[in-house]
Design a protein around this ligand. Structure first.
Ligand SMILES: [Ca+2]
Length: 386
């Protein structure tokens, strides 16, 4: 509107000027000038209009540019927002992937745990089954031995039936004892016989703890070494008048043939005497490593130093059946025993001539710990013939 007003004023001024310059005497010139002025005015007006159009077009373009710029700004803003959103999504995707990996890992671990648990259960069942089979085997061995005993007794009865009374008396006189049950108030060496073994000599004692006892182990001095091999402990060793061990096989045959009790006699270097009595005593076969199977009830003034050895197998320096994983108790204690980890007594240890504090010596923990003893004996007696 402002530009239009300017053009109108210029047009009016031009017309006035043209009117004022009219001169009759120079008519031709005037006409020419008038034509020229008209032409110039037309050109001027055309240019003016043209410029005005261009200006308007330019304004229009400018407005369009402005609109486009606004749109561009909006788009840039959106682009920024989209970029931000994309980054956030990428982070979320990354987290999701990590989460998926963790879930997969946990699932694998759970599957492994399940497999391991199943494996452990199977191993436990196998171990349990193995223990049951071993127990059944031991029962079968025990029954076989008892069968031998019954056959032995049956044979004796049959031979008695066929003998005349006079021969029966003679045979009775010569028959071997099956234990020291008839010994009283004295100590003697008897030959006895139990099923499954050839007759063998034992030391019978009717003094230390009453009548009817068989001495199975005796320590009175250091003349016999008790740090012996498995075979020697199985067979027995030593001198029945001095120091000896009866032998695990004999001990097994005697205690399975008849129920027995155990008496442990202890004497220190002050000549004080104490004892430990167990109401029953038996050991397993060699297949069961002569396991200490029964101790019954404890009584006595020396304290119970054997209970931790119940159900333990026998161990020697060359046959490690103890419960101590890293070494052999028998090597440390220098004698065979039913070691656990290891023991609170060491009656088969090394003999010392005086009282010393020695783990490898002969001692009974519940009385005077590891201080060595002067003399010890282990005796058994048939309960049925007590
Ligand atoms: Ca061991």
């Amino acid at each position: 509107m402002y530009r239009f007003n300017i053009l109108a004023i210029i047009l009016i001024i031009s017309m006035v000027f043209l009117d004022a310059s009219a001169n009759p005497t120079e008519e031709l010139i005037d006409e020419q000038e008038e034509e020229c002025a008209s032409y110039c005015l037309k050109v001027f007006l055309w240019n003016t209009v043209n410029m005005n159009n261009k200006i308007e077009a330019c304004d229009k373009k400018s407005m369009q540019m402005s609109v486009l710029q606004n749109q561009l700004d909006v788009l840039k803003l959106k682009e920024t927002m989209y970029e931000k959103t994309i980054k956030e999504k990428e982070v979320q995707c990354s987290r999701q992937e990590k989460l998926n990996e963790d879930v997969a890992s946990i699932r694998d671990k759970l599957e492994n745990m399940t497999e391991n648990k199943q494996l452990e259960d199977i191993l436990k069942q196998l171990e349990s089954s193995r223990a049951i089979i071993e127990e059944k085997n031991e029962q079968i061995r025990s029954l076989k031995t008892k069968l031998q005993i019954n056959e032995f007794l049956l044979g004796t009865c049959k031979s008695n039936i066929t003998l005349s009374p006079a021969a029966l008396v003679r045979q009775d006189m010569s028959m071997l004892e099956t234990s020291c049950s008839r010994i009283e108030n004295t100590t003697e060496i008897w030959k006895i016989q139990v099923p499954g073994m050839e007759p063998f000599r034992v030391r019978c004692d009717g003094i230390i703890a009453g009548p009817g006892w068989t001495v199975i182990q005796r320590r009175v001095d250091g003349t016999v070494d008790f740090n012996r091999s498995w075979d020697e402990y199985r067979t027995g060793f030593g001198d029945l008048d001095g120091n000896f061990f009866v032998g695990l096989e004999k001990l097994y045959r005697m205690t399975i043939f008849q129920p027995h009790e155990l008496f442990v006699y202890l004497q220190n270097f002050d000549n004080e005497i104490r004892y430990a009595h167990y109401s029953s005593f038996s050991i397993g076969s060699e297949d069961d490593a002569y396991k200490l199977k029964d101790l019954g009830e404890f009584a006595g003034d020396a304290g119970d130093a054997l209970k931790m050895n119940l159900n333990m197998k026998f161990t020697t320096f060359d046959r490690d059946n103890d419960k101590r994983g890293f070494d052999n108790c028998s090597i440390e204690r220098q004698g065979g025993w039913w070691f656990n980890q290891c023991a609170r007594s060491n009656l088969n240890g090394r003999y010392f001539e005086r009282e010393l504090d020695k783990w490898e010596g002969i001692w009974w923990w519940n009385w005077q710990e590891t201080r060595t003893l002067q003399s010890v004996q282990m005796l058994i007696r048939s309960i049925s013939q007590k």
